[in-house]
Design a protein around this ligand. Structure first.
Ligand SMILES: Cc1cc2nc3c(=O)[nH]c(=O)nc-3n(C[C@H](O)[C@H](O)[C@H](O)COP(=O)(O)O)c2cc1C
Length: 203
């Protein structure tokens, strides 16, 4: 059974990222995946304090909800991150998760540990923003690429939607929810996302 860990990075409950992520996770659960949902706005993960301890231990000294998330990530076959664009960035809650993956990064690159949990996993990113600029997602795609690298996830692609602003606006999008559901189903089936033409590929 495919184990999916999903991070919801928007502070707006029932908002666009939540709706999009739910569509993906419904598609996954309906096809047999086991899903763990983590609402980053509802838990306590502080930012990295750059103490340097993980450089030699591969472990974070901070004791908060991230402690459990390291284990959760290690067990998972897929990691899905959903964040709206805030000031051309991921939300600060999502950024805290990303910063705290530094303990995985040091484990991998300084301590030369094998892949987290002894296996590689699949990584999918969901994002949306109110405006329509060509470069709207350029910065966040790079951030998520490095996050996925730290947690040994292959960044298979992203679902990105422009012009989505008011709460629930994503429901009016002609294809978004179906696309998310399809990705969820394929993750559950361990299917190939290579032919999915709506997925944004990472160069
Ligand atoms: C603090 C803040 C900053 C934002 N910055 C941007 C931005 O830089 N570019 C953009 O296109 N939309 C921006 N938005 C709009 C949100 O991305 C948009 O409303 C989105 O649909 C919110 O998704 P959610 O319902 O999942 O929270 C911003 C919204 C907020 C509240």
């Amino acid at each position: 059974m495919t184990k999916i860990t999903a991070f919801m990075g928007s502070p707006r409950l029932g908002g666009n990222s939540a709706i999009l992520l739910d569509a993906l996770l419904s598609g996954a659960e309906e096809n047999g995946a086991s899903v763990t949902r983590i609402n980053l706005a509802a838990i306590n993960i502080t930012h990295c304090i750059e103490c340097g301890e993980c450089d030699t231990t591969g472990k974070c000294v901070l004791q908060d909800d991230m402690t459990e998330i390291y284990d959760q990530l290690a067990e998972s076959d897929c990691v899905v991150v959903a964040s709206p664009i805030f000031f051309y960035n991921i939300t600060s809650r999502t950024q805290a998760l990303v910063e705290r993956s530094q303990a995985c990064w040091t484990g991998k690159y300084f301590l030369k540990r094998g892949p987290l949990g002894g296996k590689r996993r699949r990584g999918i990113f969901l994002s949306l923003g109110a405006t329509r600029g060509k470069m709207l997602f350029d910065g966040v795609l790079r951030v998520i690429r490095y996050f996925f690298d730290a947690v040994d996830a292959d960044f298979e692609g992203a679902l990105l939607y422009r012009g989505i602003e008011s709460k629930g606006a994503i429901k009016e999008h002609p294809t978004a929810l179906d696309e998310a559901r399809t990705v969820g189903r394929l993750l559950a089936e361990n299917g190939d996302l290579g032919s999915v033409n709506f997925l944004h590929r990472i160069k």
